[in-house]
Design a protein around this ligand. Structure first.
Ligand code: SAH
Length: 404
């Protein structure tokens, strides 16, 4: 398959500072530019970076060179050497597919087939929505290998269409070899909005313009859990985006659901997604800033059996961590006030910089301070198609609190 012109990556010989060497030995996939002490020649995007031990000269790992990022080398092969060729990618993609295969037996045809570093393919995401494969690249390192990678992804997933998505950084810097954000590189895309199934519930995602690849697959198990809890209940879904939790709640028999989001467009999608499924519940949308909206509902003395609060990442930078913690605390405090007696508050965070332990502590402290007793029903993390293999890869956590 000729998706990009033939690009011949060169081999670079690299040696690292002892501290970085230790991280590599532990299997950490990132090498920052200031950890490199020796490099035989100048590198281009996607060059094979062979990491030699500084003392013994043996091969420790193989990575791909990224001149555009402070994470200068992203590792793909650890401990032993390997030929990075068509066969190597076949093996990796087959391995990744095998991890996801059980999900396909759960009336689900949407899954993350490649999750970057966690599948030893840093900065490369591949999500499947029914027969549409959406590949999102966050690094230039992948262009020399796409002609190998994409046919294997198509074969494993059985997809008929492939859409390329590029991160903002890729859209603005460096060579992308004719690939643009939203380009259909294989098959036809009849409609930008693709319908797919998640635990038997229908959804749709705009794979060209939607956030990330169009949808947030990582919460699948939490949405199912909320759906299972929702029969005959009233549910508030805050930061609902395209209605992930709302639609599962309605399909699960909720009597009333309010989807709250600042984006009217996202809420229109939520309405559409709800209508794809048979349900009897009343579905309302509320366009508002979450903090104002929660306060407004409180002023109207509204209460719900289930309140789900799943905000966007509040700490994209180190400097935002404290503010993020403060926001999580505020949301927990506001949320508690809207939950009926014996109702459930579901609080989630997708900020990798706020560790799970810290997040749960914030939630529990703020619920306690409200004066209500609670039991922790469950704490969950990523779904199985998001296997986590290094600390910074973990971002999602979700707590279920039943309030007395
Ligand atoms: N819960 C969703 C994913 C949430 S994504 C799911 O299960 O799929 C985050 C959402 O938060 C986006 O839709 C964005 O529009 C919304 N958002 C961001 N800032 C907001 C704010 N201040 N108030 C309300 N919504 C906000």
């Amino acid at each position: 398959m000729n998706i990009v012109p033939d690009i011949q990556p060169q081999r670079l010989a690299i040696k690292l500072k002892p501290s970085a060497e230790k991280m590599v030995m532990r299997g950490h996939p990132w090498i920052f530019e200031n950890s490199i002490i020796k490099q035989n020649t100048q590198g281009s995007a996607g060059d094979l970076a062979i990491i030699y031990s500084a003392k013994k000269n043996t091969i420790l790992a193989i990575g791909l060179y990224d001149p555009y990022s402070p994470i200068r080398i992203k590792l793909i092969q650890f401990r032993k050497t390997a030929q990075i060729n068509d066969h190597w990618f076949h093996h990796k993609i087959r391995e990744a597919y095998t991890i996801r295969e059980p999900l396909l037996k759960t009336e689900t045809n949407s899954y993350r087939l490649l999750f970057g570093e966690n599948d030893q393919m840093p900065g490369c995401i591949a999500d499947v929505y029914d027969t549409v494969l959406v590949i999102k690249l966050y690094s230039h390192i992948w262009f020399p290998y796409l002609n190998w990678i994409i046919p294997h992804l198509i074969k494993e997933s059985n997809c008929k269409t492939v859409v390329m998505r590029l991160s903002r950084a890729l859209q603005t810097t460096g060579e992308t070899f004719g690939i643009k954000d939203g380009k259909v590189i294989y098959g036809n895309l009849e409609n930008d909005v693709v319908v797919f199934k998640e635990h038997g519930v229908l959804f749709s995602a705009n794979v060209i313009k939607g956030h990330k690849t169009g949808y947030f697959l990582d919460h699948r198990h939490n949405r199912k859990r909320v759906g299972d809890l929702s029969s005959g209940k009233t549910v508030l879904d805050v930061f609902s985006y395209a209605g992930g939790f709302s639609v599962h709640a309605l399909a699960g028999g909720a009597k009333e659901v309010i989807s709250l989001d600042i984006s009217k467009q996202a809420l229109e999608m939520a309405k559409k997604n709800a209508s794809l499924n048979k349900h009897k519940g009343n579905h309302q949308i509320m366009v508002a800033d979450a903090f104002d909206g929660l306060q407004e509902l409180r002023n109207h003395k509204k209460k719900f059996d289930i309140v789900v609060i799943d905000p966007p990442s509040f700490a994209k930078r180190e400097s935002e961590i404290e503010k993020a913690k403060h926001s999580y605390a505020r949301l927990a405090r506001l949320g508690v006030q809207l939950v009926k007696k014996e109702g459930i508050l579901v609080l989630a965070s997708c900020s990798s910089r706020v560790l799970a332990e810290t997040f749960f502590e914030i939630c529990e402290e703020n619920i306690s301070n409200s004066g209500r007793d609670f039991t922790i029903l469950e704490k969950t993390y990523h779904d199985t198609d998001h296997p986590i293999t290094f600390p910074e890869g973990a971002y999602l956590k979700c707590g279920y609190y039943q309030l007395v």
